[in-house]
Design a protein around this ligand. Structure first.
Ligand code: ZN
Ligand code: FE
Length: 756
């Protein structure tokens, strides 16, 4: 007696090989029926023996496709229809935008097994993939997502691949990038005048070159990497010199989880991040005394950024005997965007790379590796790119399409369609021509992929009048537009992630720089309000002068000149122990004459000032470097008292804080302890101010966002302070707390903006 049931599965179940999986499972249990992509997930109808139905549901729960994530399975019994086969039905309705473009997926276990199975058709084939794994966003040229609209369009399927592609029972059913060595692209190695053809030969040669200390440009999923042996000091130093990258840490790739565990301290949450389908670079505390990572990989840094292999090519390189820890850094010079086109890579990277391992499959768009960390408040994404983009980050309760163009540094774009906010990959610093081009292309890409008509759009942009992103937003000629203040966007990004539109909170937005309502440089702001009603600025850091404006971010002593002018009884800072360089005097001069000097409330510059007093008197070579340096210093100190950072008259007063730093430094106290006292003072002062706002406004939630909240020690101090009270603290998880999260906040505020 056959029975039947209908099943609805919700979660990430579309575009991840779910239907072929269901098909195979049904056939394995001799069930008839159908599966289709519905409005709200995957819909299944099954009929057959009771035992088969039970086994099906059991396997559905326990062995879903690796890239899927099921949030809910609903099973209802139904009347048998007398079907005698199982089919994959085409969806009648238009597919939801969410399923159109999936983020790139790491190679799955089944494909890894085939990759290393002698006799398999795709043995040692670096482009092996299936419906459970492989490239998506980085190969899509247009929609609908089928072969002709991907960068695989020039490789027609041979009979073998075509048969798999057409077989609903096969793992490669409708796998658009499917290929094999007979019909697909290959890798080759390019070394000065020589070229080695054949994937296996070129990969083996590349592994050999890496072992002998060479620097290789390796074409990956979303761009080129520069790779070298992480344990080889000569190779790492050469890479720094050739890349003009003095100090910014390099990411590394460990052969497997075991090797990663030898390099860094991994919490269970950090391991989960490392193994998650996005395979991000995970920042974690370095283990002392590892000989596999040269100190120059991350100089003066207690953390390492580690990732695991995610493409077949990575697995093959390690299998071919490449060193088990590789530096894998974006292939570019200094802070330029990552190279992703072959000619461009050969051109820009000649002189950096000794050889090029090049794959023939073109990359549709530049997508960097993502960066994440298991933070004090849980996992947080610091750079949202490969594996995440262009996925949805939030739902908005409105149907109007919105384009939010983000900020100029760490730029991302958010497009809201059908109430879902999709965030682009990290695009970077729009000051670079290449990034600006990518920014414009990404806007066009997203608008066309999600079939939005520009005339129905509302465009949101930063209120900074000199931002390139803002000018471009205005140049789009979209009549409905809205300027959104930078620090309010930071706060809104946290609330948007959580779907909290009406919740009134106290929001703290601490970062390096953003354009304030009064035209000054903000960065130490406290707000009260909600996304729906907007945020009122209720407090801020005491205003200081910033000689040279935003350019002062390069030189901590320049910021120090602007802040310390307000500190009484200041000693001569050009003398020991401070020994500030000449630039400081020039900056003081500007402040005194009030030339090219701008008011600021930036916490980032306050950190720079303190770092300068503690010995960081040189130029910074990457954004946030001096603050990171100070945090690391503070981490090495034992517990100390908090320096005073009092709040009154709407102002957090930095004068006693810096005064204490100067005094203790003159007294000869260790710089680590002073750094610790500074950080604790900051946390204590902020906590006390926030608590008083919570009391006055009767609020119980505190939101923290902005680049300064990448400082884990600050979060740790704040967490223990707030835990003692009854206030909840909310921080970013899905989007970065730095300017990479701005576009989501802009979109959320725009969604609720009133237009009169
Ligand atoms: Zn696979
Ligand atoms: Fe910011």
């Amino acid at each position: 007696m056959p029975s039947a049931c209908s099943i609805r599965v919700r979660g990430v179940v579309q575009g991840v090989g779910f239907r072929p999986f269901v098909y195979r499972l049904a056939r394995a249990n001799t069930l008839a029926g159908w599966v289709l992509n519905g409005e709200e997930g995957v819909e299944i109808f099954l009929e057959g023996a009771e035992k088969g139905l039970l086994a099906f549901v059991q396997d559905l729960k326990t062995q879903p496709p690796p890239a899927s994530s099921i949030t809910e399975i609903e099973v209802h019994s139904a009347a048998p229809l007398g079907l005698n086969e199982f089919t994959i039905r085409e969806s009648h309705r238009r597919e939801r935008p969410t399923v159109r473009i999936s983020p790139d997926l790491p190679i799955c276990d089944a494909c890894v097994n085939e990759l290393f199975a002698p006799g398999d058709r795709r043995y040692w084939y670096p482009y092996i993939n299936c419906t459970n794994c492989g490239p998506r966003y980085t190969v899509v040229l247009g929609l609908p997502y089928d072969r002709a609209n991907t960068t695989m369009q020039h490789w027609p399927l041979d009979d073998y691949c075509a048969a798999e592609y057409r077989d609903p029972g096969n793992r490669r059913f409708h796998a658009q990038p499917v290929a094999c060595p007979a019909c697909g692209p290959a890798y080759y190695l390019h070394q000065s005048e020589e070229e080695i053809r054949g994937s296996e030969q070129s990969i083996r040669k590349a592994a050999l070159l890496l072992t002998s200390g060479s620097i290789l440009a390796v074409k990956g999923l979303g761009g080129y990497h520069l790779a070298c042996d992480a344990s080889n000091p000569a190779a790492v130093t050469a890479l720094r010199e050739r890349k003009y990258r003095k100090e910014k840490p390099f990411a590394i790739m460990a052969r497997d989880l075991e090797v990663a565990r030898q390099l860094v301290e991994l919490s269970p949450e950090a391991e989960a991040l490392l193994l998650s389908v996005a395979r991000p670079i995970v920042l974690a505390p370095a283990k002392a005394g590892s000989s596999q990572v040269d100190p120059e990989v991350a100089p003066e840094n207690n953390e390492l950024g580690v990732m695991l292999p995610y493409t077949p090519l990575h697995h093959l390189l390690f299998a071919a005997g490449a060193p088990e820890v590789l530096v894998m850094t974006s292939a570019n010079r200094s802070s330029e965007p990552i190279a992703y086109e072959d000619d461009e890579a050969l051109d820009r990277l000649s002189g950096i790379a000794d050889a090029f391992l090049i794959g023939e499959r073109p990359i549709a768009r530049r997508v960097d590796d993502s960066v994440a960390r298991d933070g004090v408040f849980g996992p947080v994404i610091l750079r949202r790119a490969r594996g995440y983009a262009p996925g949805a980050v939030a739902r908005l309760p409105n149907i109007r399409p919105i384009l939010a163009v983000g900020a100029d540094l760490k730029n991302t774009i958010t497009l809201v369609v059908d109430g879902q906010a999709f965030m682009s990959q990290h695009i970077g610093d729009l000051g670079h021509y290449q990034s600006l081009r990518a920014f414009k292309e990404t806007i066009q890409d997203l608008i066309s992929m999600y079939e939005v008509r520009p005339e129905e759009l509302l465009v949101a942009y930063d209120s900074h009048p000199q931002y390139a992103s803002s000018s471009h937003a205005l140049a789009l000629g979209i009549p409905q537009r809205l300027a959104v203040q930078h620090h309010r966007s930071h706060i809104a990004s946290v609330l948007a992630e959580r779907g909290e539109w009406e919740k009134r909170i106290v929001g703290v937005s601490f970062d390096g720089t953003g354009y304030g309502d009064d035209g000054s440089i903000w960065g130490g702001e406290i707000f009260v309000g909600s996304i729906k009603d907007g945020f009122d600025r209720v407090g801020h850091l005491r205003s200081a002068s910033l000689p040279g404006g935003d350019a002062a971010a390069q030189y901590p002593v320049q910021a120090a000149a602007g802040f310390l002018v307000q500190v009484e009884d200041l000693p001569d800072l050009t003398a020991p122990p401070f020994t500030f360089p000449q630039r400081y005097r020039q900056a003081v001069d500007l402040v005194e004459k009030n030339v090219r000097t701008f008011p600021t409330t930036s916490i980032g510059r306050l950190f720079d000032s303190a770092a300068a007093l503690l010995g960081f008197t040189r130029e910074v070579t990457f954004e946030g470097q001096a603050a990171m340096w100070l945090e690391q210093l503070a981490c090495s100190a034992k517990a100390t008292e908090a320096y005073p950072f009092p709040y009154s008259e709407h102002e957090l007063d930095f004068r006693p804080l810096l005064q204490a730093v100067v005094c203790d430094r003159l007294r000869g106290r260790s710089v680590a302890e002073i750094a610790r006292g500074f950080q604790r003072g900051l946390a204590q002062g902020l906590h006390d101010a926030v608590v008083s706002f919570c009391d006055v406004h009767r609020l119980d939630v505190v939101v923290l966002s902005g680049g300064v909240f990448q400082n884990e020690l600050l979060l740790k101090d704040l967490k223990s302070l707030f835990e003692a009270g009854s206030r909840e603290v909310w921080t970013n998880h899905a989007v970065p707390p730095n300017d990479g999260g701005i576009s989501l906040g802009q979109a959320a505020l725009a969604a609720f903006a009133r237009f009169d």
